[in-house]
Design a protein around this ligand. Structure first.
Ligand code: ZN
Length: 210
């Protein structure tokens, strides 16, 4: 289409997911939060390493296993240095590794707070009549798509639902009630702006860099 604005929105979560675990001090299941600190233990030629979590209610620790009885010679020296220095980038990366967390806990709490990084992929014409938004979502978020779109595009949620009901707001993937669900990696929404008087404002909001 010659009058389409296509943008990529990368959603960057601001709070790491929290595993729910049994806290021996509280005597109940509690969400645990990463301390961003590592614990490293050398036993002969073998290494153990953990990322330290704290119970959010009482600060009881949980050591999340990273390396278990690993031969020291087999550990990447850069990884070892990062663990020894409590490298914050490594700690953040691991804290957001939800697949590994799922192996440790049946219940993972995820949060809604996300930064939206915008990138314009294609702008054709001076006044776009169609807006396409691609989503890149590396870590799951507990964030409804209609809330996100309303906040980021400056439109009401009821208007978004009206647009969807009239077929002018569509999702590339199959499914129902998707406006109420968290956006998924690879989703694309298409919004027909041809009848929207404020289409310029919406298009500007869609590509505004933060
Ligand atoms: Zn506790």
């Amino acid at each position: 289409m010659s009058d389409t604005l296509r943008v990529l929105w990368t959603l960057v979560p601001q709070r790491a997911p929290q595993p729910w675990l049994h806290c021996s001090h509280c005597g109940d299941s509690r969400p645990f939060e990463s301390s961003t600190k590592f614990r490293l233990n050398a036993n002969g030629k073998r290494l153990d390493a953990w990322l330290i979590y704290h119970c959010t209610a009482c600060s009881q620790t949980w050591n999340r296993p990273l390396l278990e009885r690993r031969p020291a010679a087999a550990v990447d020296p850069q990884l070892l240095a990062a663990l020894q220095q409590n490298d914050p980038h490594l700690a953040r990366h691991l804290a957001f590794d939800i697949e590994d967390l799922r192996r440790r806990s049946a219940r993972i709490e995820v949060f809604a707070e996300a930064l939206v990084r915008r990138e314009t992929l294609c702008i054709c014409g001076t006044e776009p009549r169609r807006l396409e938004i691609d989503f890149a979502v590396a870590t799951p978020l507990r964030l409804r798509l209609d809330r996100l779109l309303a906040a980021e595009l400056g439109v009401t949620r009821s208007r978004l639902h009206r647009l969807q009901n009239s077929g002018r707001l569509v999702l590339s993937a199959p499914g129902s009630r998707w406006l109420r669900k968290p956006p998924q990696d690879g989703w694309r929404i298409c919004l027909d702006l041809s009848e929207e008087r404020d289409r310029e404002a919406i298009a500007t909001a869609a590509r505004r860099s933060q």
